[in-house]
Design a binder for this molecule. Structure first.
Ligand code: NAI
Ligand code: MG
Length: 498
């Protein structure tokens, strides 16, 4: 995107100061300078300043003080109203936020608008509704012989100070996943956005202030993963880390979290299957497979990267897929006709190019993807490979780019064995009109969420998370709220004192 395509509001925000938000104050970062690139034009949008580790300590202390102060004492109705105000502000500014997201990330403006104007405010509104519905239980504990001597109670308390570490993809959605349930639960949060795309988080910090968020309830610190991210994971003042990103960093966080045994929720990589049986509209489902593999130029954890196609329709499906994919428009993400914007960085493009080269070297057949791309910008053509052996690297590793592996099958059980022969278990979908088959296959896929004739629907009420090395815990829905609550049991003697 060229800078002149930005609205004056978006441009003014991007070029302004991106201070840290600590304890309700804007503080100039004392860490390294981080230039933020527009991946479409390869120009520097702005430079932000990272927090120093001392400033991270201040942010953690401010969060703790908020829990012990105004924020911790806020009436649950007012907490809900605050989250609703915040949701309305995100909606009000969704156009600006979408522009910022596209500028720093390269994702098409149309899809940025969906994330900023729809998914993100929906999550804040959904969790606003939970604030006054967090309840415990009363029960008769089995203590002593006389049931009238004791009463048991459980209460649900905020888990404490939360460190939220988010990735660069779809950050307004990521903030909905992390901030909405943790703040609804009454936690105080230190948010660290990704160093590649931190500007939407910077904008959300401003909106939280405008909504009237009490000092220290939400703190935003910028910084690199290896410094500030790692310092959060090992910080003794943080009670819980909620993280989305790579499986490798997820494992590093678990190790670092061992110091104070902080609780950890992880949403990590995926290699999601998209399973197509012969009784479908082949052309339509081929287009859908492409749209879910190439969503956000493939930079989505739920991307449908392994497409299993029944032998009876394989060749027709691949032909339809190739014809469709060759016509997808790769280019300026602010153009309404564009299907795929650039990848987030030169490093990501290089990484993806490495996978494409490995697929060719390992003998997969490239159906399309070799066409030229714009000279400036981190563009990659969407690539479809057939004759992919499930042992090949492109079929096993998370690529995070627009690369599809088509795998032919005829036997349902053998196909399922291959589907599940992966360290990941995030998502997947099955495409057929035969409901019995659909449910049988859905039950056998080892993943957190499965679509039947739909892929990757994101609804606030639908639990989302990964099995195996795709993560720990669940986000969205009541499950996402529970990740930020801890239960306290209280037993009360109500009969004769001893
Ligand atoms: P990453 O996992 O390194 O970055 C995600 C976040 O973690 C960023 O905020 C980063 O600053 C932080 N971080 C990095 N190292 C950390 C550490 N040691 N301790 C604490 N926080 C740390 O992801 P990256 O390098 O940007 O992308 C690499 C690959 O990760 C992608 O190609 C993709 O496969 C995967 N990924 C998956 C995502 C998902 O949605 N599941 C999102 C982003 C990346
Ligand atoms: Mg990294």
């Amino acid at each position: 995107m060229t800078a002149h395509a930005l609205s004056p509001q978006a441009r003014e925000f991007i070029e302004g100061d991106h201070h840290l938000l600590i304890g309700g104050e804007w503080v100039r970062g004392r860490g390294a300078d981080i230039p933020i690139e527009n991946p479409a034009s390869e120009t520097v949008l702005t430079t932000i300043r990272a927090a120093s580790t001392e400033q991270l300590d201040h942010a953690v202390a401010a969060a703790r003080a908020a829990l012990n102060g105004l924020w911790g004492r806020m009436n649950v109705r007012d907490r809900g109203l605050l989250l609703n105000r915040f949701s309305a502000l995100i909606e009000r500014d969704a156009g600006i936020i979408a522009e910022i997201m596209t500028a720093e990330l390269g994702q098409t403006l149309a899809s940025s608008r969906g994330v900023a104007g729809s998914l993100s405010p929906a999550l804040f509104r959904y969790y606003a509704g939970w604030t006054d519905k967090i309840t415990g239980e009363a029960f008769d504990p089995i203590v002593g012989a006389d049931v009238q001597q004791f009463m048991g109670l459980t209460i649900r308390e905020p888990i404490g100070v939360v460190g939220a570490i988010i990735p660069w993809n779809a950050s307004p959605g990521m903030m909905g996943l992390k901030l909405a349930p943790s703040l609804a639960a009454g936690c105080a949060v230190v948010l660290k956005p990704a160093e590649l795309a931190p500007l939407c988080a910077s904008y959300f910090a401003r909106l939280w202030q405008e909504a009237g968020g009490p000092p220290g309830s939400l703190n935003v610190v910028h910084g690199h993963g290896a410094t500030i991210g790692a310092a959060m994971a090992s910080h003794d003042g943080i009670d819980k880390i909620t993280f989305t990103g790579s499986t490798a960093v997820g494992k590093a966080i678990v190790v670092a979290a061992a110091g104070n045994l902080k609780k950890v929720t992880l949403e990590l990589g995926g290699k999601s299957p998209f399973i197509v049986f012969p009784d479908v509209d082949v052309e339509a489902v081929a287009r859908t497979a492409a749209s879910w593999c190439f969503v956000a130029s493939g930079q989505a954890c739920i991307a449908a990267t392994r497409v299993f196609v029944h032998a009876d329709i394989h060749d027709r499906f691949v032909e339809a897929l190739g014809n469709h994919t060759r016509n997808l428009i790769v280019g300026d993400p602010t153009e309404p006709s564009t299907n795929l914007g650039p990848l987030v960085s030169a490093a990501q493009k290089q990484r993806v190019a490495g996978y494409i080269a490995s697929a060719k070297a390992e003998g997969a057949r490239m159906v399309c993807g070799d066409e030229p791309v714009p000279a400036v910008g981190h563009y990659v053509r969407p690539a479809v490979f057939t004759e992919v052996d499930p042992a090949m690297r492109i079929a096993r590793e998370e690529i995070f780019g627009p690369v599809m592996s088509v795998i032919r099958f005829d036997d349902e059980q053998r196909m399922l064995d291959t589907v599940n022969d992966t360290p990941f278990g995030l998502s997947g979908s099955v495409w057929t009109r035969d409901l019995e088959r659909a449910l049988r296959v859905a039950r056998r896929i080892d993943a957190g969420q499965i679509g039947v004739n739909v892929h990757g629907p994101m609804s606030p009420q639908t639990p989302f998370g990964g099995n195996k090395q795709s993560g720990w815990g669940r986000e969205f829905a009541r499950n996402g709220l529970e990740e930020f609550l801890k239960i306290k049991a209280i037993t009360i003697r109500i009969g004769d004192r001893p």
